[in-house]
Write a protein of this length. Structure first.
Lengths: 280, 81
């Protein structure tokens, strides 16, 4: 009797904690949404207005018509898809090598890959800026994608290496006995088995490249090429007039596709973030 | 495990750039100008490449020390085969 009562109390406590934590993280998003539907006087109302009566949807049409937010979104989408494609291509091969071969300096090379990830992107971007301006390839998506891939690759390689390690080596051995070449082992045995892992790696690479800020911020000056993260910050600093409500509306438009993708792929993303292979 | 996460989070926080740039821009004055932002400001606002690059080298040094600590603890937990 007292045990079930205790259990119930714990459960109530847990859900209370969940609620508080969820509200804590949802609040900024709620605030942006609320701000994006306000008119200018409502922005500065004191006490603040939580739920604007007669929401100003005009803010959204203003953003669509007068700011390049949609363009920024398309730029981001292009960059992300290019980056994910090349990252996964290279990471699969690298992770296969790290997982299945033994070679000299394997451990140091693995740790070097890890160390690269720890270095601040500002430090990476500044020498690249000098180099790219000498070579005249600033404002160029090809060079930018190369940098994106380089930034996202260490994490993806480590993740996939961890995933390949969970696949028993006996499967490779069985394939070798059947006369398979190294390439056939990868393409016919490992790839089909690790499809979920590769999908997860692709999702994580997409998340990472979507949220890149420093690299495009430094390597692009052409406004029409900005991805959405840099574009929004520039929208903020563009004008002196009160544009907080427009900025909020643009932010909502910018996060909307991410939220949609997250809801669609929720299952995979959550398992990606909680699976044991993610260690940094 | 807990300590490894502590180190990762420390490194990531140390390298924060975008949050500070968007929220305060380093101001008021230079009171919230963290290391990464300082590198950026010195190079792209004051056009002082040498000084900015020197700050960046310091930033790398701190990053490398933290990475070293991280790898030491990683190896103690025998994560790397």
């Amino acid at each position: 009797m007292s045990k079930t009562r205790k259990e119930r109390l714990t459960r109530i406590g847990l859900y209370l904690a969940y609620t508080v934590i969820t509200l804590f993280f949802l609040f900024p998003i709620f605030w942006v949404l609320s701000t994006s539907l306000k008119s200018v006087p409502q922005l500065f109302a004191s006490p603040p207005i939580w739920f604007p009566t007669d929401p100003a949807f005009g803010n959204y049409s203003h953003v669509f018509n007068n700011t390049p937010t949609l363009r920024y979104l398309l730029n981001s989408a292009l960059l992300v898809s290019l980056t994910v494609f090349f990252t996964v291509l290279i990471a699969v091969l690298a992770a296969y090598g790290f997982s299945r071969y033994t070679f000299r300096f394997k451990r140091p090379s693995l740790l070097a890959v890890l160390a690269f990830q720890m270095i601040s992107p500002v430090v990476i971007a500044i020498p690249l800026y000098r180099l790219f301006s000498e070579l005249n390839i600033l404002n160029n998506y090809v060079s930018l994608t190369v940098v994106y891939v380089a930034v996202v690759l260490p994490f993806t390689t480590w993740f996939l290496k961890g995933y390949f390690d969970t696949i028993p080596y006996q499967m490779d051995e069985a394939a070798i006995v059947d006369g398979a070449s190294r390439w056939q082992i990868l393409s016919r045995i490992l790839l089909p088995v690790s499809a979920p892992g590769i999908a997860t790696a692709a999702i994580l690479a997409a998340v990472l490249s979507w949220s890149q800020f420093v690299v495009p911020f430094i390597l692009l000056d052409d406004r029409t090429l900005y991805p959405v993260s840099v574009g929004l910050v520039n929208l903020q600093s563009d004008t002196n007039a009160v544009t907080l409500h427009y900025l909020a509306a643009a932010s909502m438009i910018a996060v909307a596709p991410v939220i949609v993708v997250f809801v669609l792929l929720q299952r995979y993303i959550v398992s990606a973030l909680t699976s044991g292979a993610v260690k940094g | 495990m807990l300590f490894i996460n502590l180190v990762i989070v420390s490194i990531e926080t140390f390298n924060t750039f975008d949050m500070v740039l968007a929220l305060t821009g380093g101001g008021p004055g230079r009171s919230t100008e963290i290391a990464a932002l300082s590198v950026y400001n010195q190079i792209f606002e004051q056009f002082n490449l040498g000084q900015g690059a020197a700050t960046a080298v310091l930033l790398v040094a701190v990053n490398l020390i933290m990475t070293f600590v991280y790898i030491r603890f990683l190896e103690r937990n025998e994560r790397v085969e």
